[in-house]
Design a protein around this ligand. Structure first.
Ligand code: PLP
Length: 430
């Protein structure tokens, strides 16, 4: 497909019609296994001499369409779908960093990713060095000979400060280090690869799906990073891999294209750790993606209207939204989010934690859930839920004050959203 228009790619990329039945909708290939044509064919598939279906843990035709579609939307060369956004983040890092290595990550992360990095990867011998993204050079200062990747979220909540993708990607290029960007909160609005990122990860669970029915994740390979030219810095892709007959991934995949990173993730991490997406969920994500370009615009318009509304309310002491940032953050908002600022809004209530709880308890339209990115509007009070295990100091460091409320604004009619917020604010009091 030659077009780069996301509206068209979201409906067409990676698929025309089923070769077996001519079905227009992508069929759900609910199969574990695939009949080999001959022993030679089977041997070629296992040796990667020929690409094709072997076993659904490592690839499936329905999931393949999802992978092609998201890769096309991002301007990448290939993608790997997995069973959750968490698995996508973990694989994206583990594909490059081994015990004794480190990565440098922005401090502004989803709590689950923070835990993965600060505890899980640490237990595996991979150190994650956290730096404040407001100073891109902090990434350079935290880099040493064993740094294999930089990691960040485009639009991290609760702070909703846009990450300086191009600035940090350029620093990474100086060292031969790729930038991995979790773009979960800003699909369509930002294409991190265009700004120099090498890998994009998503929780499909959020805006790309949009329906709140399925958990999934995906990793997109930009095909734009010179792994071979940075061989000493990137040993995982440039030294013989004992888990695949000593394959050197940058060499082994040369006939296929610049896909060493994503092929390695599929043939080693997905094969060994098994976090496969079910074909049924791949189908559901394809349904969601068909409308993501329309939805993300509606989310952005509604959330901006909510941010403006909250600024006028006397009970609200602070509104957290890209439109309310100042200085350098405002500049980065203008640079990276000209197409819309996403669906997330945070605010602080003068009445603190108690008012936060009362506000949530009085919502009638908005759901009280831990998710974001659903087509429905959602709310949560982090201090009493997602962040309740943190100390007050830790909560403050992550941007969560006692009266902080997080909204994920949906695509309902804006009047109904504002009516519900107004009555819940009235009930919460100051
Ligand atoms: N990244 C971000 C920015 C998220 O918000 C989430 C989930 O909330 C994840 C990753 C993890 O995704 P999942 O819940 O699909 O594992």
């Amino acid at each position: 497909m030659t077009t780069t228009h996301p509206e068209t790619l979201a409906l067409h990329a990676g698929w025309r019609a089923d070769p077996a039945t001519t079905a227009v909708a992508v069929p759900i290939y609910q199969t574990t296994s695939y009949q080999f044509n001959s022993t030679e064919h089977a041997a070629n598939l296992f040796a990667l001499a020929e690409l094709g279906n072997i076993y659904t843990r490592i690839g499936n035709p329905t999931t393949d369409v999802l992978e092609k579609r998201v890769a096309a939307l991002e301007g990448g060369v290939a993608a790997l779908a997995v069973s959750s956004g968490q698995a996508a983040s973990a694989f994206a890092v583990k594909n490059l960093a081994r015990a004794g290595d480190n990565i440098v990550s922005s401090t502004d992360l989803y709590g689950g990713t923070w835990n993965l990095f600060a505890n899980q990867l640490k237990d595996e011998g991979i150190e994650v060095r956290f730096v404040d993204p407001s100073d891109p050079e902090a990434f350079a200062r935290a880099t040493d000979d064993r740094t294999r990747a930089y990691y960040a979220e485009t639009l991290p909540n609760p702070k909703l400060r846009v990450f300086p993708i191009a600035e940090v990607a350029a620093i990474g290029k100086r060292f031969g280090i790729p930038l991995i960007v979790d773009n979960t909160a800003a699909p369509i609005l930002v294409r991190p690869l265009e700004h120099g990122a090498a890998v994009v990860v998503y929780s499909l669970t959020k805006y790309l799906g949009g329906h709140g029915t399925s958990i999934g994740g995906i990793i997109v390979d930009g095909g734009n990073f010179d792994w071979e030219g940075n061989a000493a810095r990137q040993p995982a892709l440039n030294t013989p891999d004992p888990s695949y007959h000593g394959a050197v991934w940058t060499q082994a995949v040369k006939p296929i294209g610049p896909v060493a990173y994503i092929i390695k993730a599929r043939t080693t991490l997905l094969r060994d750790l098994g976090s496969a997406l079910s074909p049924f969920n791949a189908f559901l994500f394809l349904q969601g993606i068909e409308t993501v370009t329309l939805r993300i615009k509606a989310h952005s318009d509604n959330a901006l209207a909510v941010a403006n509304f909250l600024q006028e309310r006397s009970e609200v002491t602070r509104v957290i939204h890209p439109s309310t940032t100042t200085g350098q953050d405002a500049e980065w908002t203008r640079k990276y989010l000209p197409r819309g600022q996403g669906g997330l809004v945070g605010f602080e209530l003068a009445g603190g934690a108690e008012a936060g709880r009362r506000f949530i308890d009085n919502l009638k339209l908005l759901y009280h859930v831990a998710n974001i990115g659903d087509a429905r509007s959602l709310a949560i009070h982090p201090a009493s839920t997602t962040h309740s295990q943190l100390t007050g100091e830790e909560q403050a460091a992550t941007g969560v004050s006692p009266g902080y409320v997080r909204l994920s604004i949906g695509i309902e009619h804006i009047d109904d959203i504002l009516d519900d917020l107004a009555q819940a604010l009235d009930a919460a009091g100051a």
